[in-house]
Design a protein around this ligand. Structure first.
Ligand SMILES: Nc1ncnc2c1ncn2[C@@H]1O[C@H](COP(=O)(O)OP(=O)(O)OP(=O)(O)O)[C@@H](O)[C@H]1O
Length: 669
């Protein structure tokens, strides 16, 4: 079956399954903290007065700390209740080397995702009779995992989540995972965000006696280090004080200590995580900002109606930035730029990720310069960002380098750095850290072209170890090498050595790549790297060499990914190239599917069945009959392969829907 538009059928149209999204029609204002207890209330154990006092102190501390989000915006007014998708694992038929049944994270289609959407009040809810003591929140960098966790902590501190009497929040970015002199009490009362506890012995005793009233959160789990072997060595005693943070985590995770407590782990998705995910009770994935969320967030950033309107117009007029704003952190960066906007400035918003980060940094440095009266050289910070990158860590390594107080203040003021309890300093975002690291690599005379190439995964033999770290770094490297505008402030780092040789080497590397041999994930990264260069010649070269069958299967496509792919494929027309595109297992949103299918260079497409039906329904609903006919003509499912029972059910919907849609097209014509 390759083209279905001419399959006339008299079968009555089915009613396709309506996506049920509990939060679909809610505007961000509709959300309120889950104040009612979410788990069936058990009788409260008797709490000693001093423990009760400490709980109140903990609550008021968390309330003070998390009422303001990173970046200074108020949680109450600026927090957008982004939705979460309940992901699931399926048991595969085969067994692995350990003779255990293989479990795999199911990639949901867009329509399945919409059905599986929940809001934050669902995080600790039990779906069935079984409690869910192990919960994971997944999300790429900047999507708001820490913010969600801080919001949950705030909910608890203001009377919500009453099933918990203690909430301990650990930020793995600031934990020293090399030391082995910790016990559980130190982890909870010393290393977490809990305030000093005078009688920690009594509070700890209470915690041990009531584990089911305790919530422990490990945020930024990515920084816990190598995942391999993490569960092999675990803490088994609650008093022993010779454990590492990793051993204590492992003991909690495997219920060897404090069994009965609830554990929430927030992390970026990566392959190495799979063996942990198989053991958790609930996997939630944080969704990016929807267009409505972006609108709401932007409107909150500007008080004056005219400024609000102008900011929104600018963002909506620049489709790359609009799609980039589906990432909350990048949306914040964009709003920061717009807040700085002065009428004499160039009106255009950045057109690449590199340009966005460069302008944000430049503005921060400019603001600081105005206060200080002198320019700050941040080259040492760039060097340090690169040092931390090498170990995939956000921590600022101060052991080797003395950093001046002035530079440290500058880093903190410019939101490059953040500090924990005024003791530990770390890079506040992966985007900024990698941007600084890329500046170091591109500008430093000590880094030659070969070393630079070795740092990019464009070299497809290089193992991808740190998930998003390398993807983002190489985008910045390419972006900086081709950056046209020299920023005023961060350009003054040091004399810009001739980047010609580096550019040439990277370019040869790009040109020698065989896109047809890359995995879908790497192919997508290649699109991004080429996009960052803004070079039409490189874009054309890529499109020329693309395989006829473009597969993105398995690479999760975000709105900005779709934009970049679509943008580069526009060169196909001039090159007389056409493609068939496979979008199964990509979670491509309906809007993205629509845009890609509409491209004239796409002659056929494969996509999840229900999403394809949704696309047809949508086009029909909007009376876009030309696009509907196109989408019917281009759809293919040849060769058909069903790996789940639902695929066969969907086939039945499909055959009915195509029949109906074809009839409509025939009648129209
Ligand atoms: N739901 C939200 N509403 C408003 N702003 C948000 C939201 N989520 C995130 N942000 C903004 O984006 C920034 C980055 O979010 P956050 O640090 O929570 O991301 P993350 O997923 O934890 O990233 P990383 O994996 O790099 O640690 C926040 O500091 C905040 O300004």
């Amino acid at each position: 079956m390759s083209s279905l538009s001419d399959t006339a059928s008299k079968i009555e149209p089915p009613s396709p399954p309506t996506p049920v999204s509990p939060s679909k029609d809610k505007t961000p204002q509709d959300y309120s903290p889950p104040s009612t207890p979410l788990r069936t209330q058990e009788p409260r154990p008797e709490i000693p007065k001093r423990v009760e006092d400490y709980i109140q102190k903990l609550k008021s501390h968390l309330k003070d700390t998390y009422s303001v989000m990173e970046g200074g915006k108020k949680m109450d007014s600026h927090y957008i209740d982004t939705r979460l998708v309940q992901r699931k694992l399926v048991i595969q038929t085969g067994k692995n080397a350990n003779k255990c049944l293989e479990k795999e994270l199911v990639v949901l289609s867009d329509s399945e995702r919409r059905k599986a959407m929940v809001d934050r009040s669902h995080v600790f809810q039990n779906c069935g009779p079984k409690p869910k003591p192990l919960i994971t929140v997944l999300g790429k960098t900047g999507l708001g995992k820490s913010t969600l966790i801080q919001r949950l902590a705030l909910d608890w501190s203001t009377g919500g989540l009453a099933q918990f009497q203690f909430v301990f929040l650990l930020n793995c970015k600031v934990l020293d995972v090399t030391k082995s002199n910790y016990d559980l009490k130190t982890l909870l009362f010393g290393l977490s965000s809990a305030p000093d506890c005078k009688d920690s012995e009594a509070a700890f005793k209470y915690v041990l006696a009531n584990p089911n009233k305790v919530l422990i959160i490990f945020d930024s789990f990515d920084d816990i280090g190598e995942l391999e072997g993490l569960l092999q060595s675990s803490a088994t005693s609650v008093t022993d004080n010779s454990y590492t943070v990793r051993q204590l985590f492992s003991g909690l995770f495997q219920k060897k200590i404090l069994s009965g407590c609830t554990l929430l782990v927030a992390t970026r998705p990566k392959d190495a995580l799979n063996h942990l995910l198989r053991k958790v009770d609930s996997i939630l994935e944080i969704c990016c900002f929807s267009p409505k969320d972006i609108q709401f967030y932007v409107s909150k950033c500007f008080v004056e109606a005219s400024k609000q309107e102008s900011a929104l117009r600018k963002i909506q007029n620049q489709q790359y930035i609009f799609n980039l704003c589906s990432n909350p952190l990048l949306c914040r960066f964009t709003c920061f730029l717009l807040e700085q906007d002065n009428p004499e400035d160039d009106d255009t918003l950045p057109s690449t990720l590199t340009d966005l980060c460069q302008r944000v940094l430049d503005h921060h440095l400019e603001l600081r310069d105005k206060v200080q009266g002198s320019k700050q050289d941040i080259s040492q910070l760039c060097n340090m960002a690169w040092d931390s990158f090498k170990t995939c860590s956000s921590l600022l390594n101060q052991d080797q380098t003395e950093i001046s107080k002035q530079l440290m203040d500058c880093g903190l003021n410019c939101e490059i750095l953040a500090s924990h309890k005024a003791q530990v300093t770390y890079f506040s975002s992966l985007f900024m850290q990698n941007f600084l690291a890329a500046m170091f690599l591109v500008q430093s005379k000590d880094i030659n072209e070969r070393t630079l190439v070795a740092q990019t995964i464009l070299n497809h033999r290089k193992k991808k170890v740190c998930g998003e770290w390398q993807d983002i770094l190489q985008r910045f490297i390419l972006g900086l090498l081709y950056q046209k505008a020299t920023p005023h402030y961060c350009g003054a780092l040091q004399s810009f050595n001739d980047a010609q040789a580096k550019r040439k080497t990277l370019e040869t590397q790009l040109e020698n790549l065989k896109p047809g041999e890359l995995t879908p994930g790497r192919l997508l990264e290649l699109f991004h790297c080429v996009y960052e260069t803004s070079k039409v010649r490189l874009a054309k070269h890529l499109v020329k060499k693309l395989p006829e069958n473009l597969s993105f299967c398995g690479a999760q496509l975000t709105p900005v990914d779709v934009y970049v792919v679509r943008h580069l494929l526009q060169h196909a027309k001039g090159l007389k190239r056409t493609f068939s595109i496979d979008l199964r297992d990509t979670c491509v949103p309906l809007s993205g599917l629509k845009e890609l299918v509409a491209l004239s260079c796409i002659t056929s497409f494969r996509a999840p069945t229900l999403d394809t039906i949704d696309l047809w329904e949508d086009l029909h609903h909007n009376s876009d009959e030309v696009s509907l006919k196109n989408a019917l003509d281009k759809f293919t499912m040849d060769p058909f392969k069903a790996s789940q029972l639902s695929h066969l059910d969907n086939l039945a919907y499909l055959s009915k829907s195509t029949g109906r849609r074809s009839c409509q097209c025939v009648n129209q014509n």
